[in-house]
Design a protein around this ligand. Structure first.
Ligand SMILES: [Zn+2]
Length: 124
């Protein structure tokens, strides 16, 4: 007879279309569910919510839902991004004193490769 407590598909009671746990229609997914499919909300507004009682927090918990049809793919690694990352890593390995690729990320407290750091210490 009575609808589940959190059944409000038109948002009349909760201000947002609201469904009980596991009763959201297909096509509305949580951020985590989108992520599993390689998607992200992509700036779309929250479309609906799931509400459920949590015994653990002794209250009502909410999860926002997004429309799968408006979701965007998680940014893929493109050749451009790969190159940019490689350049950034190279910069972090390149010693500003001897200009060589040290082969490791320079320790930030030294700011140079180890031989240069030794040399600077010896010279000081
Ligand atoms: Zn060096």
């Amino acid at each position: 007879m009575s609808r589940p407590r959190f059944w409000d598909p038109h948002g009349e009671r909760f201000g947002l279309p609201t469904y009980p746990w596991r009763m959201a229609p297909d096509g509305l997914l949580t951020r985590r569910q989108l992520r599993k499919r390689g998607l992200r909300p992509g700036g779309q507004p929250v479309a609906a919510q799931i509400l459920w009682r949590s015994r653990r927090t002794n209250g009502v918990r909410a999860a926002h839902l997004y429309r799968a049809c408006l979701a965007k793919p998680v940014r893929p690694m493109t050749p451009g991004r790969t190159a940019a990352l490689a350049a950034a890593n190279r910069a972090r390995r390149t010693c500003p004193v001897c200009r060589r690729d040290a082969g490791y990320v320079l320790p930030t407290h030294l700011g140079t490769c180890l031989p240069c750091a030794d040399g600077l210490t010896a010279a000081a």
